[in-house]
Design a protein around this ligand. Structure first.
Ligand SMILES: [Zn+2]
Length: 286
């Protein structure tokens, strides 16, 4: 399986390094890290960032609150569908989409791939569909207009499954090879899950979605997180204890299994640049 790393949505919230820990100007820089996986059964997209319709009609699709807070750049060339085409594929080649959760910055591209089956935890679909009348953040974060037209869903329970490096994994994703696993990581949302992908090298890629937001939270001697990202994670969390417990498990995994597993998250620019550069170099060398 060949894995492409795609940034499907640069965001530039105000705050510079106080928000992201590394930007020098007024704006911070975050990515929407997605994966495009070439399998024997067609293409699999993991998370979808912002989609073509978000860019054409942002006010209809996204909340004003999060447009102002996150300042998504909404560049057509960054959509997954544009990048799929640039890689020489047709959007209809994308047969499966696995989403970590249904937040606006992960679900925006779903409807750009009408042939795809969407895989997500049942709990996430349930809370996202029930957003009406809910709390402020849940009405703003979940935008059913981003996925209402998607017809084919595979929904998975949060519990059970087989163990995987100390996590409970759902191994059988309908129609997908066994090298792609959905790994429940609740806390950021009720049904949030990571996605593990076994690369041909025998090493796992573990995409943790929004279970953490910055490299320093799971690597280094001491946990670090800039104040802006700390505040954003608190704003968005639904279960603080579960989120922190899962972050601790990810930290232990990244430290103890660094030879076997590469853990990364959705919005860290540094992690994205490292992984996309490494996969391009690997591809150039083979
Ligand atoms: Zn996110």
């Amino acid at each position: 399986m060949k894995v492409h790393h795609l940034n499907c949505g640069t965001c530039c919230p105000i705050g510079g390094h106080l928000f992201d820990g590394y930007s020098t100007g007024v704006s911070a820089h975050l990515v929407c890290h997605c994966l495009l996986i070439e399998t024997d059964n067609g293409l699999v997209l993991v998370d979808t960032g912002y989609g073509a319709q978000d860019i054409a009609r942002p006010r209809d699709r996204l909340s004003r609150f999060f447009i102002a807070l996150n300042r998504p750049q909404l560049r057509p060339e960054e959509t997954a569908v544009a990048q799929v085409r640039r890689l020489g594929f047709d959007p209809s080649d994308v047969r499966h989409i696995v989403v970590t959760h249904l937040d606006f910055d992960h679900a925006g591209g779903i409807e750009d791939f009408p042939n795809a089956r969407v895989h997500v935890t049942a709990r996430e679909k349930e809370v996202a569909d029930e957003r009406k009348g809910g709390a402020f953040v849940s009405r703003k974060r979940y935008r059913p207009q981003q996925w209402n037209d998607a017809a084919n869903w595979s929904l998975y329970p949060l519990g059970g499954g087989e163990p995987w490096f100390g996590f409970d994994a759902v191994r059988d994703l309908q129609g997908l090879p066994p090298e792609i696993l959905l790994v429940p990581l609740a806390g950021h949302t009720w049904g949030h899950a990571g996605v593990a992908v076994l690369e041909d090298s025998g090493r796992w890629l573990f995409y943790a979605g929004d279970a953490y937001f910055q490299n320093g939270e799971i690597r280094g001697d001491h946990r670090t997180c800039p104040p802006g990202l700390r505040a954003y994670q608190r704003l968005m969390e639904v279960d603080a204890a579960a989120r922190i417990a899962n972050q601790r498990r990810l930290r232990a995994l990244a430290g103890q299994q660094s030879d076997a597993i590469r853990v990364f998250c959705a919005h860290d620019l540094t992690e994205f640049e490292q992984l996309s550069r490494a996969s391009r170099q690997h591809r150039g060398a083979t």
